[in-house]
Design a protein around this ligand. Structure first.
Ligand SMILES: Nc1ncnc2c1ncn2[C@@H]1O[C@H](COP(=O)(O)OP(=O)(O)OP(=O)(O)O)[C@@H](O)[C@H]1O
Ligand SMILES: [Mg+2]
Length: 454
């Protein structure tokens, strides 16, 4: 008698991808609530092998991979990739819908091909004619870029086995699906399987692999979180779609410090590098003194950025004062206001406070604390801040101004951009070698306010 075998299913966490035999309310790995979804488990038995070809080696014996990395020639991209794309390296580029991931990928494909490398662009989301239309708009001739519209994992793997490419780009990993699973593309099991197989193949064959991964605001099914563990480097492509600039931000890099960023501008002919990042976010070159506006200095990775931070303080019309922060964390703003009220006696509880970082850039640098407070007090007191003064410093809970990192880079960049004065933490003062800018060291918030606002 023939019995029908029931398809075996398992429950996968949509946040971290952990597998559970039964449904439960909370994932046992990452503790996320209500994140388990049922999917067909992989068919086939686990086989035990009696012999193996894997062979452990002493670390000293392992030969250095002498192959050189690939440089695209697009400085901002190379920087976030740690200087070069290494053979076998796997990169995940995540970003919200429509931010420009495919544009970046196509331009990267073109850049690598111009360096004489063979590039394969696998698109699962767009037809080849759509890709061609974009390529024409971006001015990409793509002589050495091979494009294919494919979504089947086994087909892609066999294609990669047949011909050798130096760089393989997949747009996007959510569209790739394997025959071993019944679940639709984009589900946790499919995404994880596709990423696993492609990454393994990249390491074995030696091509560099760049995957595009979708993120949604809700952190929906099989967002890059599952993938982040698998790949070497994770980069987020972000920016405000109403703004022209786009930021490539590294969140993980297995071989380099993960704090670099790359800055691009988006226009009809695609992404162009921002060549003057340090002054890109300054509102004008001819700097005048204004109320509630301060120039702050922060170091993103090893690059100094000078940014306008602005504040508007008005009397609260209703019971609860409003705190609205653009570009920084709202909690951070509340904390800074609490310090200002408690340590310097400014009446913040009766005022609405709005702050924003120019250009809508999102920053979490502690060096922004002091300039934000200066901007807030300047607006509150209606007194201008000198536009030729740069302010940097982290603020502690007791109102002290703490030292920040990379002070020398900031000081020399500020001098280069023509700032006259730099207000900085006193603890940093002795480390600054730049002599062409007036340095004012401050110990606490009140001293800084006295010096800058007067
Ligand atoms: N003709 C154009 N002129 C200016 N900007 C354009 C033009 N066409 C597209 N763009 C920009 O490119 C963006 C879309 O880029 P792209 O398709 O690379 O995004 P994506 O991140 O791949 O999106 P998806 O998530 O849908 O794949 C648009 O949001 C728009 O800002
Ligand atoms: Mg796209």
């Amino acid at each position: 008698m023939k019995t029908s075998r029931k398809a075996k299913t398992a429950f996968f966490c949509s946040q971290c991808g952990a597998e559970h035999p039964k449904w439960q309310g909370q994932c046992r790995e990452c503790a996320a609530w209500n994140s388990l979804i049922e999917e067909k488990a992989r068919s086939g038995k686990v086989t035990r092998r009696s012999s193996t070809s894997i062979d452990p080696q002493a670390l000293t014996r392992i030969s250095h991979d002498s192959t050189k990395g690939y440089v695209s020639g697009v400085g901002e991209l190379d920087r976030v990739l740690g200087g070069q794309l290494l053979p076998g390296m796997t990169v995940l580029i995540g970003g919200e819908p429509g931010i420009g991931k495919s544009t970046l990928l196509l331009q990267a494909a073109d850049a690598y091909s111009r360096q004489g490398l063979s590039v394969l662009y696998v698109t699962g989301e767009e037809s080849l004619s759509q890709l061609k239309r974009r390529a024409e708009r971006l001015g990409v001739d793509g002589e050495r870029v091979a494009a294919v519209n494919a979504t089947n994992l086994e087909e892609i793997v066999s294609l990669l086995g047949k011909s050798h490419y130096a760089v393989v780009l997949i747009d996007s990993i959510q569209t790739v699906s394997s025959d071993s699973f019944d679940s639709p593309p984009g589900t946790v099991a499919q995404v994880r399987e596709a990423a696993n197989q492609l990454v393994t193949l990249a390491k074995a064959t030696g091509f560099a692999l760049i995957l595009v991964g979708h993120v949604t605001k809700e952190g929906m099914v099989a967002g890059p979180k599952v993938l982040e563990h698998i790949v070497d480097t994770v980069i987020y492509f972000e920016g405000d779609s109403s703004q022209l600039y786009r930021v490539l931000r590294v969140t993980k890099n297995r071989y380099r410090a993960a704090n670099e960023m790359g800055l691009f501008q988006m226009n009809s002919s695609g992404l162009t590098e921002v060549t003057n990042p340090s002054s890109f976010f300054l509102s004008d070159d001819n700097r005048t003194s204004r109320v509630g506006s301060v120039v702050a200095g922060v170091c993103e990775g090893h690059r100094p950025l000078m940014i306008d931070v602005q504040a508007l303080v008005t009397t609260a019309a209703y019971g609860n004062p409003q705190r609205v922060a653009g570009g920084i964390d709202n909690k951070k703003l509340s904390l800074l206001l609490a310090v200002l009220e408690k340590r310097c006696d400014y009446p913040m509880a009766t005022n609405d406070v709005f702050v924003s970082v120019a250009g809508g850039l999102r920053l979490s640098e502690p060096a922004l604390d002091l300039p934000l407070l200066v901007a807030i007090v300047s607006s509150l007191m209606n007194r201008p801040v000198d536009g030729q003064t740069l302010v940097v410093g982290e603020v502690g809970l007791s109102g002290e101004v703490r030292a920040i990192a990379e002070i020398n880079r900031l000081a020399s960049e500020a001098a280069k951009l023509g700032f006259r004065t730099m207000v900085l933490p006193e603890a940093n003062l002795e480390h600054v070698t730049e002599k062409s800018i007036e340095l004012i060291g401050v110990k606490d918030i009140q001293t800084a306010l006295d010096k800058v606002i007067g």
